[in-house]
Design a protein around this ligand. Structure first.
Ligand code: NAP
Length: 511
């Protein structure tokens, strides 16, 4: 049972949304568009934008084409490139927030610390560092890529030079002429390494596993195209649809038939051959697992950066970090002035530091530890009524735009809120049996997927090797499942007593 003292100081709202990235803003805009005004968006930082505000390392940009990686309701004819840089994506989010008039709902510098379900009242007590909110529904838009992950290397705390994570880039620190170590060769590192390589005196790039890298079909969007998209939105929609189906067709190889990856591997090998003449370097850059098992990277300037005289690819594991150096397993000591961690995020944890307490005092973190990180349609968790996790378990993608998945989840939340209003309910709680059946389906379908069979270790899988991050199928199938609130899979709780009530509602099949 929830503690009640919070209630006395709390501000009441229908919906509290956490975060202002694509998820939180998209949710807020949909609420506003549906005529709802009684909601708040709680943002820990002093500006909006989520991951596109926080990641501003040199060369940061999207690796999904921007005409697709944007909200369906707000096409942007002004993208300067097919793959827009971070600053443009961040500006786009600000534009959306202003145009759809949700900025007034955002409470900045409000870091949500905990949320507790009040079983008697049918509310979430939400505690931030600034105060309390009481919300009938709670939507988390904190995302999977918001908490930096640092490597567990002996001695990193002893390093006396400059050190920062790619997500916390210190632009005041001048890298010119410095000896710099970069740890990690993932999606972030391959974007900033080519940018900093010409500036630094020496770059030691520590690679644990070589990524598959394919050519980046990027170019500037011409003024003519921009003018056309402005005057003829259907032309931009056609481009968006074409991109969607191009990327979606790759799901066949990712999920259904990983052997098809051989075709893309051939393209990646040829890219490597063309860009890296040195046979030994090429060998060390060639992955030994199936393409797609880890995120496929796209770049035309990463390999050329590695062929520079001042760049050294280190493939021996790191044994230790000392005050001014890094020692590898072969005993070689390399002195460096700075270490940049391109070591990714705590992506398998969808709630981060939030303490979320549901029915009967259940702690969501402990629930995830017991059942595995599982939700129904990646969005709702049994025992946590009216709680919605955007980008929750198994909603991530390796082959298409995340914004598509986020919009699908938002549609589900919107239809659920509508059903709650229409049926006069206090809350809905997904049935445990439905959640379990759904997750059996998810994990059955993930068995043959490349990230399970491709012979690599990745953050797609948790410590037990279970895929807790990726959707194992076609994105249109996820959209079909999330179109309507599937009432039969939920316990419907009424306000008077919050006891289960039977309401006849026809629904789409979820599992
Ligand atoms: P990441 O893909 O998780 O890559 C982390 C890198 O750090 C990997 O190369 C990993 O090696 C290495 N690493 C981790 N711990 C290490 C250790 N102890 N010693 C040595 N190396 C270590 O992280 P990221 O590059 O920041 O990207 C994270 C995700 O953000 C991406 O997958 C993508 O979804 C997203 N992202 C998207 C874009 C975009 O354009 N949309 C851009 C950047 C990032 P192993 O491979 O051996 O684990």
């Amino acid at each position: 049972m929830a503690s009640t003292p919070l209630t006395t100081h709390a501000t009441d709202v229908e919906v509290a949304v956490i975060g202002t990235g694509f998820s939180g803003l998209g949710m807020a805009i949909n609420l506003k568009q549906s005529g709802r005004d009684d909601f708040v968006v709680l943002e820990a930082a002093d500006d909006l934008g989520g991951t596109w505000r926080d990641n501003h390392y040199p060369g940061c940009g999207c690796d999904v084409q921007s005409h697709l990686y944007s909200f369906s309701f707000e096409p942007n004819p002004n993208w300067s490139r097919l793959f827009a840089p971070q600053a443009e994506i961040w500006a786009y989010l600000r534009h959306c927030a202003e145009k759809y008039k949700v900025t007034g709902h955002i409470r900045y510098n409000n870091r949500v610390e905990s949320a507790e379900w009040d079983e008697a009242g049918g509310f979430w007590h939400v505690r931030t560092n600034r105060g309390y909110w009481r919300a009938k529904s709670l939507v988390s838009g904190i995302g999977g890529l918001s908490r930096p992950s640092y490597p567990n290397i002996p001695g990193i705390e002893n390093f006396r030079g400059k050190a920062f994570h790619s997500q916390q880039w210190d632009h005041d620190f001048d890298l010119t002429g410095k000896r710099v170590a970069v740890i990690g060769t993932g999606a972030s590192a391959i974007q900033f390494v080519p940018q900093i390589a010409p500036e630094v005196a020496e770059l030691q790039l520590f690679q644990r596993t070589p990524p598959w890298v394919v050519p980046k079909p990027d170019r500037a969007v011409t003024r003519l195209e921009q003018a056309l998209f402005k005057r003829l939105p259907s032309a931009q929609l056609a481009v968006r649809n074409t991109l969607y189906w191009q990327l979606e067709s790759r799901a066949l190889a990712f999920v259904v038939q990983p052997r098809l990856m051989k075709l893309m591997e051939r393209q990646a090998r040829s890219h490597l051959r063309k860009q890296v003449p040195d046979r030994d370097l090429r060998k060390r850059l060639t992955p030994d697992y199936t393409l797609g098992c880890k995120r496929v990277l796209i770049s035309d300037d990463y390999y050329p950066a590695l062929t520079r005289d001042n760049v050294n690819l280190v493939t021996d594991g790191i044994r230790e970090v000392r005050e001014h150096s890094i020692i590898t397993a072969d005993g070689v000591e390399r002195e460096v002035d700075a270490i940049i961690y391109g070591t990714g995020f705590a992506a398998t944890d969808p709630i981060g530091p939030l303490k979320i307490t549901g029915r009967d005092g259940a702690d969501l973190r402990e629930t995830f530890a017991e059942t595995g990180t599982e939700a129904f349609l990646g969005t709702t968790v049994s025992g946590f009524p009216n709680l919605f996790l955007l980008m929750g378990p198994n909603t991530g993608l390796g082959h298409n735009s995340m914004v598509y998945m986020i919009e699908s989840q938002i549609a589900l939340v919107m239809d659920t809120l509508k059903a709650i209003d229409y049926e006069g309910l206090a809350a809905v709680d997904v049935k445990r049996a439905s959640q379990d059946a759904y997750n059996r389906w998810v994990h059955e379908h993930t068995k043959e997927a490349v990230w399970n069979t491709g012979g690599c270790k990745s953050w797609y899988l948790d410590a037990n090797g279970k895929n807790v991050t990726l959707w194992p199928g076609f994105t249109w199938d996820f959209r079909r499942r999330t179109r309507r609130f599937p009432a039969r899979h939920f316990e419907l709780l009424r306000a008077e007593d919050l006891a289960p009530a039977v309401v006849e509602t026809q629904s789409a099949d979820a599992a």
